[in-house]
Write a protein that binds this ligand. Structure first.
Ligand code: C2O
Ligand code: CU
Ligand code: CU
Length: 484
């Protein structure tokens, strides 16, 4: 690729306007890419521990949950004790099962000794309850987050969102599932009960003493420069257990896949080449089932899938693999068929209806350039050339308006929008013609342009959009929008 004079000047730090050209990161070489933090602990072999299923949260009264945030110790690697930060003493946090349209309150009691912020990822939430990064729950205090949940059934998740420290605090363990259910979905004959399984996939690294080190910057917020491309772990955890095994019946299962990693993307596939039938995305059910042989998930993306183990006999193993990983990071978990079970579930040909948003109705098209560049601390990750400033409003969509957003990247950035889900119009110049689906995160690959369309509904106020590579986010790749 040839460089213009201005780009060359920018790379030398001489350009007056430091605008990184697409495909051209200002951050030299390897630091622009996510970087592996190597464990010094002895790592277990694969498929030696059972898959944990996070406990379903018990309301203290209907629609009210109370999560005490506290540090605890867990035996994640056999024989070692790992300090983790938890909601309610468990990692992943308790799974909330809530009904669409029924307001749900989560009270957070912060006993962690550091400020926290709770965000319901994928929630259609009023601004004061959305977990704005500077809206802190101070140590020793409590806060009620109220979620009206006027939204369709979907696999959501909650996680920490503290300004400049999200990467660290999620790495420590602050994440859990939040499942919204509705009558439309409940009426479908999909697998349910103990054949509806949330799988939170994330990577971590472990020191010899069992702790999960994180390369936090010692003098200021954020991550060490060498890791500002993102922190990768070398241990793949599913629901908090390393490379676990789940014993299954020879029947259909609904798996709710979530990539809760800081910076790692996965390409998930099954070892027997069995079809994976995708039924849902970030924002709930697809219109029709989509058979696929692999699913790519960038950080924070979800896919609900149905896998049919009925062709297998007791004793058969089926591995869930990561085609985007090498060595041990190419392994995720294993299913072992150990019994027969009657199964009257099926995947109907029609799942739901989704209105396709019409680009001709868009009130405005906005541009968001995701690149590296200079900040007052040195180099960081910027949106439209600017570091995050919670006091600056970067876009003011009007309530009810449809808008098109054009997002461009230098290196790969998983773009995430708060408040409303969107539909992807085009990727890399190619129109997306598949049946419409609702997303809240889309991966903008190296030097790519992705166009999305959304309608700003529900609430006026101030929200964020950001990169969901958590190290990029903490290194200021975030912007605000205010619905007016
Ligand atoms: Cu999953 Cu703004 O976050
Ligand atoms: Cu979010
Ligand atoms: Cu990014």
């Amino acid at each position: 690729m040839t460089m213009s004079r201005r780009q060359a000047l920018s790379l030398l730090g001489l350009g007056a306007a430091l605008v990184a050209a697409p495909g051209c990161s200002l951050i030299p070489g390897r630091a622009a890419q996510p970087r592996l933090l190597t464990s010094t602990a002895a790592l277990p072999g694969p498929f030696t521990v059972p898959l944990p299923i996070p406990k379903v949260a018990e309301p203290i009264r209907p629609g009210h949950y109370e999560f005490e945030q506290r540090e605890t110790r867990m035996e994640i690697l056999t024989g070692l004790s790992t300090p983790v930060w938890t909601y309610g003493g468990q990692f992943p946090g308790p799974t909330v099962r809530a009904r669409s349209g029924e307001a749900t309150t989560v009270r957070v009691i912060n006993r962690l000794g550091v400020p926290t912020v709770l965000h319901l990822h994928g929630g259609h939430t009023p601004p004061e309850h959305d977990g704005f990064p500077t809206d802190l729950v101070q140590p020793g205090t409590a806060r009620d987050y109220r979620f009206p949940l006027r939204q369709r059934a979907a696999t959501l998740w909650y996680h920490d969102h503290r300004m400049d420290r999200t990467g660290l605090q999620v790495w420590r363990g602050l994440a859990g599932f939040f499942l919204v259910e509705d009558a439309e979905e409940a009426a479908l004959p999909l697998p349910e009960g103990d054949r509806d399984i949330p799988l939170m996939i994330c990577d971590r690294s472990f020191a010899e003493d069992g702790s999960m080190p994180y390369p936090a910057h010692p003098d200021r917020m954020g991550v060490l420069e060498a890791y500002m491309g993102g922190v990768l772990g070398d241990v793949i955890l599913v629901n908090g257990a390393p490379w676990p095994e789940l014993k299954v019946a020879g029947a259909r299962y609904r798996l709710r896949l979530l990539n809760a990693s800081n910076a790692r993307a996965y390409e998930l596939s099954l070892s027997n080449n069995a079809r994976i039938v995708q039924i849902g995305s970030d924002g709930g059910l697809l219109t029709a089932p989509r058979p696929v042989d692999k699913i790519r998930l960038a950080p924070s993306e979800r896919a609900d899938v149905v896998v049919d183990f009925s062709g297998h006999r007791p004793g058969d193993h089926i591995e869930l693999r990561n085609l985007a990983g090498e060595g041990r990071q190419a392994q995720i978990m294993r299913f072992t068929v150990d019994r027969d079970e009657p199964d009257d579930s099926r995947v109907p040909a029609t799942l739901s209806r989704i209105e396709r948003l019409d680009p001709r109705q868009a009130a405005v098209t906005r541009e968001f350039r995701f690149t590296s560049g200079k900040t007052h601390h040195g180099t960081g990750w910027l949106i439209n050339g600017k570091p995050f400033d919670p006091n600056r409003i970067d876009a003011r969509p009007r309530l009810g308006d449809i808008e098109i957003w054009r997002i461009s990247s230098d290196v790969t950035h998983p773009f995430h929008l708060h408040l409303v889900p969107f539909q992807v119009l085009s990727m890399g110049g190619e129109p997306v013609t598949a049946t419409p689906e609702w997303k809240d995160t889309v991966e903008v690959r190296d030097n790519q342009v992705v166009e999305i369309i959304t309608r700003f509904t529900g609430y006026r106020g101030r929200y964020v959009l950001h990169c969901h590579n958590l190290e990029h986010e903490d290194m200021v790749m975030m912007a605000t929008f205010e619905v007016v």
